[in-house]
Every structure is written in C-alpha cells, then in structure tokens.
Design a protein around this ligand. Structure first.
Ligand code: ZN
Length: 123
C-alpha cells in the first residue's frame, strides 16, 4: 500500500498565481470563506489556510460588533443643574447641590421643576 499523500501538500498544489489573485480579490470583497471556496471550487479550509499563509487581513466577524456605550440618556448629573441667574450673566451658575436620585435637581429645585406653577395668583 502506498502512503497517503500529505493533505496539506495536496492542498498547496492547487494554488497558482491566478487562483491566489482571485482569492485575494474575493477576500478583499469581504465574502465569507465558504463562499470564496465555492467560487474557486476549493474547500473552505483551503481558503482559510491559504489566507492565513498569505497573511491576509483578518476580517471582523459580523456577529462580533464592538460594544457600544450609551451615553447621555438617563445620566444623572453630579450636581443640581438648576440655573441660578440667567445663562450669559457673569454670575450665572448652577445650583450645585447634591441631586435627588433619579432627578437632575436637588430636592428643593426638583420640587420647583416638577410641581406645576400655580395659576391662582389672581386672588
Ligand atoms: Zn438645586
């Protein structure tokens, strides 16, 4: 019985310059390795192995997206942001007190912000 061929060597023999060029072109298009293999009539493993040997840029999996950090929604400021004075005035500043949990204002200003202004001033 003859010794079985080294499978890696057998796979290498399929590669010629044209096939490598097509592999690189399809790889650059971002096609899945299985699709590249189908188009080049070679196995997916051959595509992956050759791409590895050619040191082609690994492509991020579409399933692995970098985590996105949500900011700006529901973030409580560190201080009460109730304005004292008018924006633009040189003495304008925020209240600066410790805010009520879940609200952007301190207890006093949260009460002022969330209570409806009384309309019975014309007594
Ligand atoms: Zn305040």
């Amino acid at each position: 019985m003859a010794l079985p061929h080294d499978t890696v060597e057998t796979m290498e023999t399929i590669w010629n310059a044209e096939l490598i060029d097509r592999l690189i072109a399809l790889w650059d298009e971002g096609l899945p390795t299985a699709e590249i293999g189908r188009r080049l009539a070679i196995s997916k493993n051959a595509v992956i192995g050759k791409a590895h040997r050619l040191a082609l840029t690994p492509r991020p999996s579409p399933l692995k997206r970098p985590p996105t950090r949500r900011r700006g929604l529901g973030v409580q400021p560190a201080i009460c942001t109730w304005p004292n004075g008018h924006p633009g005035d040189k003495d304008f500043k925020f209240c600066g007190e410790k805010p009520v949990p879940g609200k952007p204002y301190c207890a006093k200003h949260a009460a002022m912000a969330y209570l409806r202004p009384k309309t019975t001033t014309a007594a």
